[in-house]
Design a protein around this ligand. Structure first.
Ligand code: BES
Ligand code: ZN
Length: 636
């Protein structure tokens, strides 16, 4: 099962790791404890008085009970010696809190809010530089998704993964769950799981555990060990466990996936090393050691998640022709924007995502050429404009106010694509050479820091005064809508598609469109540009000519299925149902269910499918879809 895994490193006793990592020796840097941490409305912690600097986990994954249980040791910096330690917790069962002497410390669990959980307040003794919390997760822990074997490619073993961003880490680890606080971490993880008799598919000796950290391998006690020597925000602590194999791509990168798909996944992602090299050339050294990707089962609610050293990805990017690998460029780019320089609060989310979309396009351009990057930029611009037409004005600003709201309320194309457009506008003003130098320095000077939008504004004014003078930075950051000066790109390849679509709509046969060499982005543009009154007959004509219904490309499939619903093209019904029953990616599910509920018959069908599919979806997707369907748990 583990053939091809990177050789396990020598095991370092956990205690030694704790000391060296906490003091920063391992990474040659220390956790910054002198700077004030901005107030985060989505955390109970008060890190300017007592701050967690290192997290040491000792956990067991109990697949039968669907619980994570164990202890966490938190190392502390205490600028205010009289202050208690305040942690974020949600649904956790706290068994004991002890000090460095092993004796109990008094603690109090506050009331829990459905979004933010509650505060665990610990009374510290004078010399306490460490506390240990023994706990187990509650039944509804939203960070955890436990999959049945039926939801995996192999169908024989269960699977578990975590999703921390934005405020879910507190549902599986008690800690200061704010991106303003950075900690190093280490973990020992044991697995309690009895493989079914005869399920020893591949020399089976249990499940493999991976984390967003250096993988130290499996010890003689059978437990897995991990070490993250660079300080990261809590939302980047992540874990996955399942029947995993590994295939290398280069000396520093490779792919984890279930054995039956790992080879295909590796072939699909073979350009990853070229992407890392391109990113380093542009934005400075890759500072995290390895860059691996784990391809998860299709229930994963996101396209990708930038867990450090180990991007988590949906299998829906495996199109067979490498056409959807921009997602890897995106998650890799977070190794600079997001993981190295982090949004200090979720109102600053655009600092993570807007920068990352900008970087992603630069990587795509470097590896796959200008035209590919231009097509992807244009597709996103079109999507953003459609989305802006529907969004509340208060949600159209980059520097969004999320006080009293869920961080997920700020999730839209605005932080991503408006954010990237802003950076492209700055680049346009000063030229690429100057802007690249600015970015390089920005990453270097803010490395391993969490910053706010205002910090960026000040840095921009100081280091790129020419741009700050010409561009209306305040409008870009604080006003709704798209500023007039949002840069436009043109794509010849997409212009060709616009012309072909117009000819087809005017009556020219599909066979005459000369679309034989079109790439995925062109097909997406073709479909997105079809008129609202197309009708089922013309959908059938398209299906006959181009076989969209059979497309193995998830992006094309998603748009096609939405159009099928919109135009009442019933031939796609079976595909739609299968898609909704297997894919858990919210970005795909939302538009499909939204389209379905527009008619009475569609709503009934949506509810019927949703009742069966919902138990397979991640909480994140279910929460959004509950809203779309008006789901109250009783069948709508
Ligand atoms: N960090 C995000 C995913 C995320 C955002 C999770 C907010 C939880 C809260 C990730 O980098 C991302 O943006 N993923 C995109 C892919 C991308 C190519 C735009 C996705 O999942 O679709
Ligand atoms: Zn992202």
């Amino acid at each position: 099962m583990l053939s091809g895994m990177p050789p396990p490193r020598l095991l370092v006793p956990a205690v030694v790791v704790a000391v060296s990592a906490a003091s920063g020796l391992a990474a040659g840097r220390s956790v910054e404890t002198s700077e004030a941490i901005p107030m985060d409305p989505h955390s109970h912690a008060d890190p300017n008085r007592v701050r967690v600097t290192h997290v040491a986990l000792d956990l067991e994954l109990d697949f039968a009970a669907r619980r994570v249980a164990g202890r966490v040791e938190l190392s502390l910096a205490r600028p205010d010696a009289g202050a208690p330690l305040v942690l974020d917790v949600q649904g956790l069962e706290i068994e004991a809190v002890t000090g460095p002497d092993g004796r109990p410390r008094e603690f109090e669990l506050g009331p829990e809010d459905p979004t933010l959980g509650g505060a665990l307040t610990v009374a510290l003794a004078p010399g306490d530089e460490l506390v240990a919390v023994a706990y187990r997760t509650g039944p509804g822990a939203e960070a955890l998704q436990w999959l049945d074997p039926e939801q995996t490619a192999g169908g024989r073993h269960p699977f578990l993964y975590t999703q921390g961003q934005a405020v879910l880490t507190r549902t599986w680890i008690p800690l200061q769950d704010t991106p303003g606080v950075r900690t190093t971490y280490e973990a020992r993880v044991a697995v309690a799981y009895d493989p079914p008799a005869g399920a020893a598919g591949s020399g089976d000796d249990g499940l493999t555990v991976v984390m967003s950290a250096e993988q130290l391998g499996r010890g003689e006690d059978g437990a897995w060990r991990f070490r993250m020597p660079q300080p990261i925000p809590s939302y980047l602590i992540a874990l996955a466990a399942g029947d995993l194999a590994f295939e290398p791509i280069s000396a520093r990168s490779g792919v984890y996936a279930e054995p039956s798909i790992v080879q295909g996944a590796r072939d699909e992602l073979v350009d990853t090393e070229a992407m890392i090299a391109a990113a380093e050339e542009l934005f400075g050294p890759y500072r995290w050691g390895r860059y691996d990707v784990i391809v998860l089962p299709p229930a994963f609610p996101y396209g990708g998640m930038e867990n450090p050293r180990l991007t988590f990805a949906t299998p829906t990017i495996l199109a067979g022709d490498r056409s959807l690998v921009a997602l890897v460029a995106h998650e890799l780019a977070h190794s600079w924007s997001g993981n190295l320089v982090t949004n200090a609060t979720w109102s600053d989310f655009w600092l993570n995502e807007g920068f990352t979309v900008y970087l992603e396009k630069r990587i795509m351009e470097a590896v796959f050429g200008e035209e590919r990057a231009r097509m992807e930029i244009l597709l996103e611009r079109d999507a953003l404009e459609k989305e802006l037409a529907e969004l509340d004005a208060r949600d159209q600003v980059l520097d969004i106010d999320l006080v009293g709201r869920h961080p997920d309320d700020g999730f839209s194309g605005v932080p991503y694509d408006k954010g990237a457009l802003f950076l492209r506008r700055l680049e346009q003003e000063v030229g690429r050479e100057v802007f690249d130098a600015f970015l390089l320095r920005y990453f270097d000077e803010h490395a391993f820091r969490s910053i706010r939008t205002a910090d960026f504004e000040a840095y921009l004014a100081e280091h790129l005064p020419a741009a700050a003078a010409e561009v209306d930075v305040r409008e870009w950051l604080h006003a709704p809508g798209l500023p007039e000066d949002a840069p436009r790109v043109r794509s010849e390849a997409l212009q060709v598609v616009d012309d072909a679509r117009a000819r087809w709509l005017a009556g020219e046969p599909a066979s005459a469109l000369d679309s034989g060499g079109w790439v995925t982005q062109q097909w997406l543009h073709f479909l997105e540009g079809l008129p609202d009154d197309l009708g089922a007959e013309r959908m059938a004509a398209l299906d006959d000519a181009f076989g969209f219904g059979e497309s193995g490309n998830s992006e094309i499939q998603c748009v096609w299925l939405r159009l099928a619903v919109q135009h009442g093209y019933g031939a796609a019904d079976a595909h739609l149902e299968e898609f909704l029953m297997t894919v858990g990616r919210r970005k795909y599910l939302s538009p499909l269910y939204k389209e379905l509920v527009k008619t009475e018959a569609g709503r009934a069908r949506a509810l019927e499918i949703y009742a069966r599919a919902r138990p397979r979806y991640h909480h994140v997707s279910a929460k959004t879809l509950d809203g779309i369907l008006g789901w109250d748990g009783q069948g709508g």
